[in-house]
Design a protein around this ligand. Structure first.
Ligand code: SF4
Length: 322
């Protein structure tokens, strides 16, 4: 685990940018047509239908590509990023995914899947098919080795996301012939939802070839291969007390500052739609700075990272440093 003294040493030596690997995450909007009780982002239909400008996101990605400490991982999330299709930004998601994938980055997009069974979901499927057609492949090579897809779509299965089982299954069935990774995340408290999801998925997959590779995720979960195209795995996480989740009795309150996550591999440098960027995602005590200036201009990525690490050093929270 990293500590302030280490960060101070690197900071003084001007080595921070080379030493601390980071990934980019863009919380593109706070708008969502759901209003889940556990939403860490306070997203919902009451929030503005506004999205971080795609040119700005692509420019930040371009800046990151120049930096050796960028892990080359990009995550797009919200709110619900696919809601952009409803409000006249039909090419928003395609632009982001295409830019990231064309630059050879490991790309993950998170969705509540609420669009999958709607009449506007067809356009999303079309766009995903077109994007994924540029990156064809089989999940397993001739030698039986895993051929990792370029794009991951992250879905949620839990008690909060309504119709999540039917919607997520619709997405998988709609992408059955595309080389794509599907990550299904759930909460430690909601494992029965994932069990139901797997049962229902197995029923509809009868005609498609389903197999497993001889490997497990870091959480010990099996990796499923569907139709020799889709790589599917599950993960379980903790419900953290943040945003609306703070009202839930079983949400875990975390006092650790987010920079404590710096030592756990890549730190997430998370941009949000309110013009802020923070270290870490949605749990713990926030270390943040602005990416958007008051005049609408944007702060360069190098300056943002410098400001974030400076704010770690200025942060009065010292109880858990060691
Ligand atoms: S948890 Fe996800 S689906 Fe639910 S309100 Fe928040 S952003 Fe929307």
């Amino acid at each position: 685990m990293i500590d302030k003294e280490y960060i101070q040493t690197l900071f003084n030596a001007g080595k921070l940018y080379r030493c601390l690997p980071y990934a980019l995450i863009f919380k593109t909007t706070h708008y969502c047509y759901y209003k889940c009780g556990h939403c860490c982002e306070n997203a919902g239909p009451h929030r503005e239908r506004r999205y971080i400008n795609a040119d700005i996101i692509c420019d930040y990605i371009s800046q990151a590509i120049q930096q050796p400490s960028f892990s080359r991982d990009v995550i797009f999330t919200g709110g619900e990023v696919f809601s952009s299709y409803k409000f006249g930004y039909e090419k928003y998601v395609s632009r982001l995914l295409t830019f990231s994938l064309d630059n050879g980055l490991s790309t993950d997009i998170k969705t509540n899947a609420g669009w999958a069974n709607t009449n506007w979901g067809g356009e999303i499927f079309n766009d995903l098919h077109n994007i994924l057609a540029k990156y064809p492949g089989d999940a397993l090579s001739d030698g039986g080795r895993l051929n990792a897809p370029k794009l991951q779509i992250s879905l949620s299965v839990d008690r909060f996301h309504s119709n999540c089982i039917q919607n997520n299954i619709r997405i998988i069935m709609g992408l059955l012939n595309s080389h794509v990774c599907i990550h299904v995340s759930s909460l430690n408290t909601d494992i029965d939802y994932t069990d139901n999801f797997n049962k229902e998925l197995n029923k509809v997959l009868r005609s498609a070839h389903v197999g497993y590779i001889d490997a497990f995720t870091s959480q010990g979960q099996p990796i499923k291969i569907i139709n020799n195209k889709i790589v599917l795995y599950s993960s379980y996480g903790t419900l953290f007390s943040h945003g609306r989740a703070s009202d839930l009795s079983d949400a875990l309150k975390v006092d650790l500052p987010q920079y404590k996550f710096v030592g756990d591999g890549n730190v997430l440098v998370a941009f949000d739609n309110a013009g802020m960027v923070s270290l870490g995602e949605n749990s713990g005590h926030k270390i943040a700075t602005r990416w958007q200036k008051s005049d609408g201009g944007v702060v360069p990525l190098n300056t943002i990272r410098k400001n974030l690490y400076r704010n770690i050093l200025l942060d009065p929270f010292t109880t858990h440093t060691k």
